[in-house]
Ligand binder design. Structure first.
Ligand code: PLP
Length: 422
């Protein structure tokens, strides 16, 4: 904790919160599929003096002086992002994934235009048109769904019919809770047929694409990808917008991010993105991405062996969605609380067409990006899955819960969070 010595001395209250979180992360397992452990190098960049600098604009075109080093760092982030995702253009200034999607919509659409996106209870994200977002007051969101939640196949025929009927300007792929690969060619085909942009929100799987473990939507002709940088990509909290080849689109996006929606970019955060992208360009990152998938499959197999219903029947990516209410008569919320108490953090999640409400749904969602960073392999992941099932099955037995907590603590001490990822 020496790295926090100044906070410790000056502000014990904030120090206590940081110290508590450090211990929580060290002694428990993180299975929330949208979280990860960044390297010390990424954290150093994120806490660097670059936070002091105002640099509205883009490299070479700023509103204020003194930009020699900010230009250097933003250019590095852009060039590395382009290489990682085979993109011609990258905007690395968006502050998060939601901001990236908002900027993308405003750059491409007029008020009243239609977006065809994934149904939210079938895996889509809030920013893909949930009624609680302000976006739905401005744009018209229509939906596609899975044909069968037990296989995960998207109903592409219905999707095409909806597209022909509603004439969307954006056909949006991407998800927060969908464990399969999409048929990218179908999305692009439908988008082209109705004259829409093909956009994919790769927030969850960006690291898997960069690590070449799943397909790159640009290879199928998608026009744009929006993403977060802090999930499988293992960078600092933030967002990014990538354009495959159109200069016209890239210019619209840059203008919408700044000055359209945001002010001065957070240069410390952009420096941390550059460092994380540098890590993701190393060969070790491909091994990491491949292991994430193997680990998720190992966990899914254990759940299936216990006859627990998995949405889509399994996983081809980093996450798993289990219908614990249907299979073990425990609600998603109770499972989340129970597992948290034994040192396993995950989240309750709605399942397709859930009959229960979003605050206490039928499912749980969990994944392997963070424990794979901790160097867990299939054997350890299968053991964690086994412990999760036993914890839920024997929820009324305090001795069993205590023994599981102990075993998780012991696994955490054998697999400490690494400081370096290269
Ligand atoms: C698919 C998808 N898009 C966008 C976001 C929003 O990202 P952020 O929380 O960085 O705004 C998320 C975050 O969970 C996501 O899963």
């Amino acid at each position: 904790m020496d790295e926090y010595k100044h906070i410790k001395k000056q502000d014990p209250e904030v120090f206590a919160a940081i110290e508590g979180e450090e211990k929580r992360e060290a002694e428990g397992l993180e299975l929330i599929p949208s979280e990860n452990y960044v390297s010390k190098a990424v954290r150093e960049a994120n806490s660097s003096i670059l936070t002091n600098k105002y640099s509205e604009g883009y490299p070479g075109k700023r509103y204020y002086g003194g930009q020699k080093y900010t230009d250097m760092v933003e250019t590095l982030a852009i060039e590395r992002a382009k290489k990682l995702f085979d993109a011609k253009y990258a905007n690395v200034q968006t502050l998060g994934g939601a901001n990236a999607n908002i900027a993308m919509y405003f750059a491409l659409l007029n008020p009243g235009d239609t977006v065809l996106g994934m149904d939210l209870s079938h895996g889509g994200h809030l920013t893909h048109g949930h009624p609680v977002t302000y976006l739905t007051k401005i744009f018209n969101f229509v939906r596609y769904k899975m044909k069968d939640p037990d296989t995960g196949e998207i109903d592409y025929d219905e999707m095409r019919e909806t597209a022909l009927k509603t004439k969307p300007k954006i056909v949006l792929a991407g998800f927060s809770a969908y464990p399969r690969e999409l048929n990218y060619a179908k999305f692009v085909e439908i988008a082209r047929e109705v004259g829409a942009y093909a956009v994919m929100d790769v927030a969850h799987i960006a690291g898997l694409i960069a690590g070449r473990s799943v397909k790159n939507p640009f290879d199928a002709g998608f026009d744009i990808m929006t993403t977060t940088t802090h999930k499988t990509l293992r960078g600092p909290r933030g967002g990014m917008i990538l354009t495959r080849e159109s200069e016209e689109i890239a210019k619209k996006i840059d203008k919408m991010v700044f000055p359209g929606l945001q002010g001065g970019p957070h240069m410390n955060n952009i420096a941390a993105k550059a460092v994380a992208f540098g890590e993701a360009l190393q060969p070790a990152f491909r091994t990491y991405a491949a292991q994430i998938l193997k680990n998720a499959k190992a966990m899914a197999e254990v759940f299936k062996a216990h006859d627990i219903r998995l949405l889509t029947g399994g996983t081809d990516n980093h996450l798993i969605l289990a219908d614990v209410f249907g299979s073990l008569q425990i609600t998603g919320k109770d499972a989340e609380t129970l597992l948290d108490a034994v040192g396993i953090t995950l989240n309750k999640n709605s399942i397709a067409d859930d009959t229960r409400g979003p605050m206490d749904p039928s499912g749980i969602r969990f994944g392997t990006p963070a424990i794979t960073t901790r160097k867990f392999k299939e054997k350890e992941c299968a053991r964690v899955a086994e412990l999760m099932v036993v914890a839920m099955q024997k929820r009324a037995e305090p001795n069993v819960q205590k023994a599981i907590r102990e075993e998780i603590r012991e696994m955490c001490s054998r697999f400490p969070i690494p400081e370096s990822h290269v």
